[in-house]
Design a protein around this ligand. Structure first.
Ligand SMILES: [Zn+2]
Length: 207
């Protein structure tokens, strides 16, 4: 298995180098991505591939069910580096339909540590229970919950001291919420973008 993977890597490296001589030495010298992607660990939703981006174009953080925990040091470290060092312009929180993490959050079965991790999704399910219950199909309910988890994630990123500081300093960074469909390979904009001008009071906007 591993030998197979290494062989595929060698083929990829060779064809990339043939297509664009000097590609790796250019990429090795620096990275200047425009995007920071917060997505699900699901193997079917790799940021570069589904967004049609090349290596060097998107800085990525992924976890089970793209949950934004405001105390997640891994996510916060990546966010801080993306905002303060890489100076990215667009942050994308991306969920997907048919998400196993969202499904687990709607089940009563014990999932071990994942139950702690997925608690914010359970909270969203409780908070929006009445609206979710209007859908009789459980898959539709879970997909709607996946959307709500993205929208909540966008708000949580916006509330981090990292983003508050960056916006106060004048950075025009936008945070978008997208959802990906495994069935057609398309990303959809959930229309929950938060930008600097959305900050609640003028004091925050003063640079
Ligand atoms: Zn998922």
């Amino acid at each position: 298995m591993l030998e197979n993977l290494l062989e595929r890597n060698r083929l990829w490296s060779r064809s990339r180098q043939d297509e664009e001589p000097g590609y790796f030495s250019r990429l090795a010298s620096h990275q200047a991505p425009e995007f920071f992607w917060i997505g699900c660990s699901d193997s079917r939703v790799p940021a570069n591939v589904v967004a049609g981006l090349d290596p060097g174009e998107v800085f990525v953080h992924r976890n089970v069910a793209n949950v934004v925990h405001s105390s997640d040091l891994n996510l916060l470290s990546a966010l801080e580096f993306a905002v303060e060092t890489l100076k990215i312009r667009e942050i994308i929180v991306c969920g997907h339909y048919g998400c196993g993490g969202v499904k687990a959050a709607t089940e009563d079965l014990p999932h071990g540590l994942a139950d702690h991790w997925l608690e914010p999704i359970r909270r969203q399910a409780r908070y929006h229970a009445r609206a979710l219950d209007q859908h009789s199909d459980i898959e539709v309910r879970r997909d709607r919950l996946a959307e709500l988890n993205v929208i909540e994630g966008v708000s949580r990123v916006a509330e981090t001291p990292i983003m508050r500081r960056a916006w106060r300093a004048g950075a025009e960074i936008k945070i978008h919420g997208l959802i990906y469909s495994l069935k057609d390979g398309l990303l959809r904009d959930l229309g929950c973008t938060i930008r600097r001008s959305d900050l609640p009071n003028s004091e925050e906007r003063a640079s």
